[in-house]
Design a protein around this ligand. Structure first.
Ligand code: PLP
Length: 397
């Protein structure tokens, strides 16, 4: 998208979502950049080939489709241009690419104890084989206590806020500042908020990761990841990305770009419905407490209010202790909520969450995770109410 002239008003994110990455004149007037499936890209002359004078030299590196998506994500993330964003075949491969562009053998890294479990496995198994030591910190840690954990060899701070199972918030700006003082880089997995509601690079992070599989694509049929870098980290990121042979597959890039055009509408609805469901659950006796950063009852609600401009549709709730039979009666009979290991699509999901760590200071119970989709909130509430009634009817006592 053409940058507005300095005197022009800054465009809102919904406008940017509708216009970024488009280049109709280069595509016979087509509104959407077409799906280019290309490994080989031909050059007209030997000189043009040797000079590599254009952006498109080989399909893995860039095509008009992947460029349009990278440009749109870079713009949303607040980065300078498409060269600051790389695409990867999944959110997890984007995370490993981001980490590998920072660490080297012998380093120590600090990772939030609330991270997505496969991120933890990558650190514990892959990085440890490389001679990188991972230490986990309390996902609700304050800057002062985190500062004491930095060592001479600490190269990286990895944040995920809120944690996608236990929903603790991190003060990204303050923690990234601590990392910077210790000459370490900060990466944030920002899949929950999307760059519509929080932009890590503007809060001091060096790299921002999206599992585009979730909200950016938004239709539960696509796997993709992105990493966006500050100008200081751009070259290290693209070098690692190239050396690992990563790329965003053509169809997935096209589908994600298509999904992105409606992101602002979808996120507004996910937020509204998520809050309606969370408030409903707070009113039910079967629920011990709800874990939703946008509710005043959340321990770190103020952090969310200060830094985020919205909330996703994903949140947790702790059921009072309950037997498996009662839980199955609830889950197996849901009419609208599906059971699946994902979120961010148009449909609602309900799962039992099994985090690797106990919830800080919370009473025991069964943690469930709810994804509010785009259905009518009243129908979803009815489904949840009937499910909780089944749970109670099947409980002893
Ligand atoms: C917070 C978070 N980050 C990253 C990922 C990984 O995304 P993908 O499944 O595309 O690898 C997930 C997937 O559930 C996630 O929840």
């Amino acid at each position: 998208m053409k940058e507005p002239k300095p005197s022009a008003p800054r465009l809102g994110s919904a406008t940017r979502l509708a216009h970024a990455g488009r280049e109709s004149s280069a595509h016979h007037g087509a509104v959407n950049v077409p799906l280019y499936r290309a490994s080989t890209l031909l050059f007209p002359t030997l000189k043009a080939m040797r000079d590599r004078a254009r952006a498109f030299t080989y399909g893995r590196k860039l095509t008009p489709t992947t460029k349009a998506l990278a440009e749109t994500i870079a713009e949303l993330e607040g980065a300078e241009d498409y060269r600051h964003t790389v695409l990867a075949p999944s959110g997890l491969s984007a995370i490993s690419c981001a980490i590998l562009s920072v660490v080297k053998s012998g380093d120590h890294i600090l990772v939030s104890d609330g991270v997505y479990n496969p991120t933890r496995l990558f650190c514990d198994e892959f990085l440890s084989r490389m001679g990188v030591e991972t230490e986990y910190f309390d996902p609700a840690a304050r800057a002062e206590s985190l500062s004491a954990m930095f060592r001479e060899k600490t190269a990286l701070l990895f944040l995920e806020s809120p944690s996608s199972l236990t929903f603790e918030m991190q003060d990204a700006g303050a923690l990234a500042e601590v990392a910077r003082r210790h000459r370490a880089r900060t990466i944030m997995d920002n899949t929950w908020a999307t760059p519509l509601f929080f932009r890590p690079l503007l809060h001091g992070a060096d790299l921002s990761v999206q599992a585009a599989t979730k909200y950016l694509s938004g239709h539960s049929d696509t796997l993709l990841g992105s990493v966006t870098a500050t100008s200081a980290m751009r070259r290290a990121l693209s070098r690692t990305h190239r050396q690992l042979g990563l790329c965003g597959p053509a169809d997935e890039a096209y589908m994600t770009l298509r999904g992105l055009r409606t992101l602002s509408l979808r996120m507004a609805r996910h937020q509204e419905t998520g809050l309606a469901l969370a408030r409903f659950l707070e009113s039910r006796a079967e629920i011990s407490h709800v874990l939703h950063p946008a509710l005043p009852s959340h321990r770190q609600h103020e952090l969310w209010r200060r830094d985020f401009s919205g909330a996703a549709g994903l949140f947790g709730a702790v059921l009072n202790p309950v037997e498996e039979r009662a839980l199955s009666a609830m889950f197996d009979g849901m009419r609208l909520f599906g059971m699946g290991y994902s979120w961010g699509g148009f449909e609602s999901l309900l799962t039992v969450a099994e985090p690797d760590r106990a919830l800080t200071g919370e009473a025991e119970g069964v943690l469930i995770r709810i994804h509010a989709g785009l259905e009518d909130a009243s129908d979803l509430i009815e489904d949840l109410a009937a499910g909780l009634d089944r749970l109670s009817a099947n409980s002893n006592g």
